[in-house]
Design a protein around this ligand. Structure first.
Ligand SMILES: Nc1ncnc2c1ncn2[C@@H]1O[C@H](COP(=O)(O)OP(=O)(O)OP(=O)(O)O)[C@@H](O)[C@H]1O
Length: 247
């Protein structure tokens, strides 16, 4: 594989005596959609926390865009082009869709009033582009709290995109969505590549197998398989870990 944009090697995380992750290696190619799957409690969110800088690993090394970020806090990784959209909703319910996106874009501009003033026009264009990109242009003036669950997730992804990230982490973006929203959000995520790199945690196996370039499978904190969707689908260890789930 060409040099990975994100290269994590030998990652281990201990919580007291409990080993949440052991010897996890993950290489994410630039412009690819790489998904981490695994049964409940496998360590997916812990791995995301380590990769995004919320949690320091007990062992291992993480290189992002050629920089060793293992000890780097989350806010500094943002400057290297990393963004994360959380499992919990991060939007401001009482603001409109546009206002939420403007807040996110403004935060990126540094939040200084003069920066906002100076960048006023590009900011408006940025927000309009984000509205189009996440399919919310028709709902721009709606109160964010009144949007459907799927539209709220789209808005959240739009807010993460406001930073114009090179690599974006999405933690279960399809959780709790109806079928129409699942389809729309799946398309939105798929369209992010190859302009951006996407690292995804998702339980919807049909979607994962459909849109991922590569998949890493964790079970009990260890990687048990890595490969293309076709490789993962036919992997005996994965089938064992997912026994009865219909994979
Ligand atoms: N701060 C913590 N302290 C102790 N144990 C933790 C902590 N965070 C996570 N764990 C444990 O680590 C294991 C992995 O949890 P994690 O949330 O990463 O799994 P997951 O694969 O994301 O699960 P799910 O699919 O249910 O979200 C679990 O057994 C969990 O209870």
């Amino acid at each position: 594989m060409a040099e990975a944009l994100l290269d994590a090697r030998g990652i281990g995380v201990r919580f007291g005596d409990f080993r949440a992750l052991s010897e996890v290696t993950l290489a994410v190619a630039a412009g690819s959609l790489h998904t981490v799957i695994g049964p409940n409690g496998a360590g997916k969110t812990t791995l995301f926390n380590v990769l995004t800088g919320r949690l320091r690993p007990s062992e291992g090394r993480i290189v992002l865009a050629g920089h060793d970020v293992t000890q780097m806090p989350a806010h500094r990784r943002v400057h290297l082009g990393m963004a994360r959209s959380f499992q919990v909703t991060n939007i401001f319910a009482d603001l409109t869709v546009t206002e939420n996106l403007r807040m996110a874009a403004q935060a990126v501009a540094g939040g200084e009033p003069w920066v906002f003033w100076r960048a006023h026009r590009p900011m408006r264009e940025t927000v309009e582009a984000l509205l189009e990109q996440v399919g919310l242009a028709a709902r721009a003036t709606r109160r964010a709290g009144d949007l459907s669950h799927g539209a709220q997730r789209a808005l959240e992804i739009g807010m993460a995109l406001a930073a114009d990230p090179r690599i974006i982490f999405l933690d279960e973006p399809l959780a709790g969505m109806g079928i129409d929203d699942v389809h729309r959000t799946k398309e939105l995520i798929h369209r992010l590549v190859p302009a951006r790199t996407v690292v995804l945690i998702e339980h919807n196996m049909r979607v994962v197998l459909d849109i991922s370039d590569r998949i890493t499978v964790l079970a009990q904190g260890r990687p048990i398989a890595e490969g293309t969707p076709a490789m993962i689908r036919s992997d005996a260890a994965v089938r064992e870990a997912y026994l009865g789930s219909g994979l």
